[in-house]
Write a protein that binds this ligand. Structure first.
Ligand code: HEM
Length: 403
């Protein structure tokens, strides 16, 4: 008797090796041609799904039958299994990992702080921070690594000022978040980094309870609705999400523009295009490149495939944002197009809380950098720029530039 041959598509793990720095793995593109909702094997052997089609991803992100609770999820990453003991140590208030109504309760306390209007008020301060860093680059002279001089410190300082976290403590929280976001970090080290960050924020919140300032964490303390541990957990989420993501958009975005002089000119010389330009960079680069992941709470049919209750679904944002059904010529970076509707900030109840802040930072920082240094260029061949393939947020580790 011939043995049943397992279907080819059920035994493959997520392809993560990229052939070119700005494009997702070619293999994932082939998967999308097979099916926009496709079987994939997770690191623990779970047979779940990967979604590469725009419409399917958007539908899942908006569907309350899909959960974000970590105890229901499977991990596609071999070094990052989900362990019960870690779940018990998950910081309270870490609402990105909760479903409504628990999620809603925390998120509601913050939405007023991140509106377009509030972010507009921050713009002059962001511009000042950007200018200070450009001055420092100019004083230093070429070549410089753009990551520690520009891409990382600007969003880091902005989120610190907003939250009321002393920027002088950055070495500790930047190191911890880098450890945490490195998918190759052994699990115990990642958990230790999370514990350390939480301990740091908890001490800070306790200190602020007696000497409050005019900042977001102090505001949450005086509102009196949350415990100090919950506020620390929310602060932890905002601190990580608020600097690593934007930092990588600034680093990777500058690299992409330096490799495409015509697009660089649009960003530098056409202030009327900057809004579109930033959305297009978000779409084209999709730095949240290995997720988000959800678990089905009940059987759901999407794009003709039956996702069963309990199965995990990884939404590949780089593929989704390059779905030819949704965006014409999706592999082309075209800053003049309208990329609105891209899912680079997610969608649904978990859609990025800080997106208006990130947009303000990018709209100010990219043109300011390119105008200050009109001769900006890579100081190494493009293939020598080290890419963050194994990090939860994609980008460049270093970006040596000259002018
Ligand atoms: C370019 C920069 C950024 C990108 C690409 C980005 C991307 C994302 C994405 C894709 C999600 C959805 C995750 C999911 O559905 O599971 C998300 C959620 C979130 N982001 Fe951002 N983000 C950026 C900047 C920021 C900033 C500056 C903040 C700071 C305040 C922030 C705070 C958050 C928070 C708190 C959530 C969780 C929201 C929730 O669960 O309700 N993000 N972000």
């Amino acid at each position: 008797m011939t043995e049943a041959i397992p279907r080819r598509e059920t035994r493959e793990t997520l392809p993560i090796t990229r052939e070119r720095p700005f494009d997702p793995p070619d293999e994932l593109g082939r998967w999308r041609e097979e099916a926009t909702v496709r079987r994939m094997t997770y690191a623990d052997g779970h047979e779940g799904w990967v979604v590469t089609g725009y419409a399917a991803a958007r539908a899942i992100l908006a569907d309350p039958r899909f959960s974000n609770r970590p105890e229901l999820l499977h991990s596609p990453f071999p070094n990052r299994p989900i362990r019960r003991e870690d779940l018990e140590r998950m910081p309270p208030g870490f609402f990105i990992r909760m479903d409504p109504p628990e999620h809603t309760r925390y998120r509601k306390l913050l939405t007023g702080q991140f509106t377009v209007r509030r972010m507009k008020l921050l713009e002059p301060r962001i511009a000042e921070i950007v200018a200070d860093h450009l001055d420092a680059m100019e004083r230093h002279g070429p070549p410089v690594d753009l990551v520690p001089t520009f891409a990382l410190p600007i969003p880091s300082l902005v989120i610190c000022e907003l939250l009321g976290v002393p920027y002088g403590d950055r070495e500790r929280f930047q190191r911890d978040s880098a450890t945490l976001l490195n998918l190759e970090t052994p699990l115990d080290d990642a958990q230790a980094a999370l514990d350390d960050l939480f301990a740091y924020l908890h001490e800070l919140v306790l200190r602020k309870s007696t000497e409050q300032g005019d900042d977001l964490l102090s505001g949450l303390i005086s509102a009196g609705e949350l415990t100090d541990r919950e506020i620390a957990g929310m602060g932890l989420l905002l601190l990580i999400a608020g600097h690593e993501t934007t930092a990588n958009m600034l680093g990777l975005g500058t690299f992409a523009l330096l490799c495409d002089p015509a697009q660089l000119t649009v960003m530098r010389d056409d202030p009327g295009s900057v809004e579109n330009a930033v959305e297009e960079l978000m779409r084209y680069l999709s730095v949240v490149h290995l997720g988000p992941i959800r678990a089905a709470l009940e059987d759901v049919e999407i794009d003709g495939r039956l996702i069963r209750a309990g199965e995990s679904v990884l939404l590949s944002l780089p593929l989704v944002n390059r779905d030819p059904e949704r965006f014409a010529d999706p592999t082309v970076l075209d800053l003049a197009r309208s990329a609105q509707g891209h899912l680079g900030f997610g969608h649904g109840v978990h859609q990025c809380l800080g997106q208006q802040l990130a947009r303000a930072e990018m709209r100010i920082a990219f043109p300011a950098l390119l105008r200050r240094f009109p001769g900006l260029r890579l100081a190494v061949p493009p293939e020598e720029v080290p890419m963050r393939a194994a990090m939860a947020i994609y980008g460049v580790h270093r970006l040596p530039v000259a002018w």
